[in-house]
Design a protein around this ligand. Structure first.
Ligand code: ADP
Length: 248
């Protein structure tokens, strides 16, 4: 079912960096993401993937000098909740005391102006259908499997029709079979919504399967950017070759 969602946004990162207490954890990140692209941030633990996502989402401020633009508009002065970016982060849990429907409706109810009740109900049903959870709307999160909970988180992230979706290891806690089926779902949702996606993983197979382009991170910097085929066939460094090769 097609739903009336704006197509994806363009995202431009220029010389983005981040320091914590004088220690630089991210430096010189440049990236131009086309509308509707599926981009994966790939790299070992601690390489700066989540930090970059946090800067884009507005959960942390970049060091002075860096620039971020969404559809050509600077994000510098825009607070996180006004960026219209959907996020599924591992530590961004569902509200345990709310039903699935209430969880999904929550971001819509926070919006100003607040949509009317009929609009909220219609949107919630649309995204429940999108993630194939029509029958689970009245359950609470603890009555769902891990995979179903992730689907609810995804529905909640897209309910206000964001043009950019940030997904931080959304499949990380799931077993292999479930991961693979949710990977397919994610591709379908990406196709249906046309939303721009940035997906973080340290799983090479997942990156190669899902992405239009992969950004390889190493020690707080971008090591290489390319399509899965480009990276696989022409790795720019021993690091990229070894890291991608690890999956085989
Ligand atoms: P990844 O997502 O690739 O695993 P992160 O972006 O989470 O990596 O972390 C990159 C580096 O930044 C790590 O060395 C981490 O310890 C450091 N870091 C992340 N957040 C903070 C913070 N709030 N304070 C201090 N250091 C941090």
């Amino acid at each position: 079912m097609a739903i009336e969602t704006a197509r994806g946004a363009a995202l431009d990162l220029h010389d983005l960096g981040k320091s914590y207490g004088g220690l630089k954890v991210l430096e010189g990140v440049n990236l131009n993401v086309a509308p509707g692209e599926f981009i994966t941030f790939l790299g070992p633990s601690g390489s700066g993937k989540t930090t970059t996502l946090n800067l884009i989402a507005g959960f942390a401020a970049p060091d002075p000098g860096g620039r971020m633009q969404l559809d050509g508009r600077s994000l510098a002065e825009v607070p996180a909740h006004k960026r219209d970016i959907g996020v599924v982060f591992q530590n961004y849990a569902l509200f345990p005391h709310m039903t699935v429907r209430e969880n999904i409706a929550y971001p819509l109810k926070q919006r100003r102006p607040r949509p009317d009740r009929a609009t909220i109900e219609r949107r919630v049903e649309q995204v429940l259908t999108l993630v194939h959870l029509e029958a689970y709307g009245d359950r609470r999160p603890d009555q769902l499997s891990g995979g179903q909970q992730q689907r609810v988180a995804l529905a909640r992230a897209v309910v206000f029709e964001p043009k950019l979706l940030l997904l931080d290891e959304p499949l990380g806690a799931l077993d292999k079979r479930l991961r693979e089926s949710l990977q397919l779902e994610l591709r379908r949702i990406h196709r249906e919504l046309g939303v721009t996606i940035i997906f973080v993983t340290h799983d090479q197979d997942e990156a190669l399967t899902l992405s239009d382009r992969i950004v390889v991170f190493r020690e707080g910097a971008v090591e290489q950017i390319g399509t899965p085929a480009e990276l696989y066939n022409n790795p720019g460094s021993e690091f990229v070759a070894t890291f991608l090769g690890d999956s085989n």
